[in-house]
Design a protein around this ligand. Structure first.
Ligand SMILES: [Zn+2]
Length: 296
């Protein structure tokens, strides 16, 4: 059922965009095969693959990239830590993708095997798996209930939710991580019910955004969203402010805004009318039927 919906969705979108698909801007034309902001195990992956919707000349680090049948690879074997890969074309358009590449002992918290010391339980809601331990049984019940009320179209990027019973090992402030269809939520028990909801919606918003990017309803730099967000003249949280200043990326602002909107749309629109307008537009074009109070 989910697949059919995605196909219909894609098809409708293709019809509407076909007419002006002649010369795509670089940020729409270049698609990474590994989601932007992914965490990568450099000990098993030496290359990152990219795909071009339309043929064009691409440069990486000033050198022309060798493209074969619309695909090319970038060697990451000498990169460790945060990598910002910047690509340009002959129109001086730029696009950057960020990855975190780890090696050696790796990032333990990025492996489900980290939960090996615990008996693991699995539940499913629709096609989404919820993986949890005995410590998170109550949180799992809450998550299942929240998930059952979320619109199906909003869940399209989420394949798995993993409830980790302890704090993130590297950064205790991290409440959740979303990558490759997976949302990991850390030590939910320490949070208020409101924050548990916000964290869940926030991580799911990242996964949803990845799908929208894949369908070209959003670009990697969130440039259209940025225009709307700036009009509100305020940040949605200290965290997103810090992220914006340090990484110049609106991805966190986007996820947090979606989360706060879902939690309380009336309040959100009052505080951030421009972002609210953009979110409602995005919900409309992605077929999310939204009723006040319906998703809380
Ligand atoms: Zn985030």
């Amino acid at each position: 059922m989910k697949k059919i919906k995605i196909i219909v969705f894609l098809f409708l979108f293709l019809i509407t965009t076909k007419a002006n698909a002649e010369e795509l801007e670089l940020k729409y034309n270049l698609r990474p095969m590994t989601d932007n902001y992914s965490v990568i195990d450099g000990s098993v992956q030496n290359e990152l693959d990219f795909f071009l919707y339309e043929d064009e000349v691409i440069y990486f680090n000033g050198s022309k990239v060798d493209i074969k049948d619309k695909y090319f690879s970038i060697d990451i074997s000498s990169i460790e830590g945060t990598a910002n890969l910047e690509f340009t074309n002959n129109n001086n358009e730029k696009v950057t993708f960020a990855y975190y590449i780890y090696r050696g002992n790796g990032l333990i918290e990025h492996r489900v095997s980290d939960l090996l010391a615990y008996p693991i339980f699995t539940d499913t809601i629709g096609e989404i798996q919820i993986i949890y331990t005995a410590e998170d049984i109550e949180n799992k019940v809450l998550i299942m209930e929240l998930m059952s009320r979320l619109p199906e179209q909003f869940k399209i990027g989420t394949e798995r939710i993993i409830l980790i019973p302890y704090r993130h090992l590297e950064n205790k402030n991290i409440a959740g991580i979303a990558y490759m269809g997976e949302a990991k939520l850390y030590n939910l028990s320490r949070l208020s019910e409101k924050n548990k909801k916000i964290v869940l919606y926030h991580e799911m918003a990242h996964l949803w955004a990845n799908k929208l990017i894949e369908y070209k309803l959003l670009d990697y730099s969130y440039s259209k969203y940025e225009g709307f967000a700036k009009k509100d003249k305020q940040y949605v949280s200290n965290y997103t402010k810090k992220y914006l200043i340090e990484k110049q990326s609106y991805s966190e602002d986007f996820a947090e805004s979606i989360a706060q909107y879902i939690y309380n749309p009336k309040l959100f629109k009052k505080k951030y009318p421009s972002r609210g307008c953009y979110i409602e537009m995005l919900f409309f074009i992605t077929g999310i039927k939204y009723e006040i109070g319906g998703m809380i």
